[in-house]
Design a protein around this ligand. Structure first.
Ligand code: SF4
Ligand code: SF4
Length: 134
């Protein structure tokens, strides 16, 4: 797969740009509806994609190696699907031919973001845990 083909696998759902909390005792991952400080909900993407790793130190580069080892990719994520040998769903833009199908199918985070790292206080993060983002 070329780098461009690899990049095109991303359906632009934005789920991986939501803050995740890890339980220190159990290692369990909890997903929130709080978006990364660089996330643009309207565009459903990163405001500074080319500079993201410089601007957000914990933004993870989804290389094939990283996809094999990280445990928190949403089950709808195309990288997780390919990793697990599953087919892309009908709503995936590579199958539908439309970048909007991920929104129309209710998979993306557009309209569901409950706050931003910029504004939500750390102590309130637990109030933003959601069950739909995985
Ligand atoms: S969860 Fe996967 S498919 Fe969705 S935006 Fe992130 S990398 Fe792309
Ligand atoms: S820096 Fe950009 S790509 Fe990385 S998590 Fe934040 S919004 Fe998403």
């Amino acid at each position: 797969m070329t780098p461009a083909e690899w990049e095109s696998l991303c359906d632009r759902c934005g789920r991986c740009c939501l803050v995740k909390l890890e339980d220190e005792d159990t290692g369990e991952i909890h997903r929130t509806d709080i978006a990364c400080r660089l996330f643009d909900e309207g565009a459903c993407g990163c405001r500074s994609y080319a500079q993201r790793h410089r601007k957000v130190s914990d933004c993870v580069a989804l290389t094939p190696e990283a996809v094999r080892r990280i445990p928190w990719l949403p089950e709808t994520c195309a990288y997780a699907l390919v990793r697990d040998g599953r087919d892309l769903p009908d709503w995936h833009p590579l199958r539908s031919g439309s970048p909007d199908s991920v929104h129309e199918a209710g998979i993306s985070v557009r309209g569901r973001v409950g706050g931003s790292e910029r504004t939500v206080r750390l102590r309130d993060y637990v109030d933003h845990i959601v069950d739909w983002a995985g």
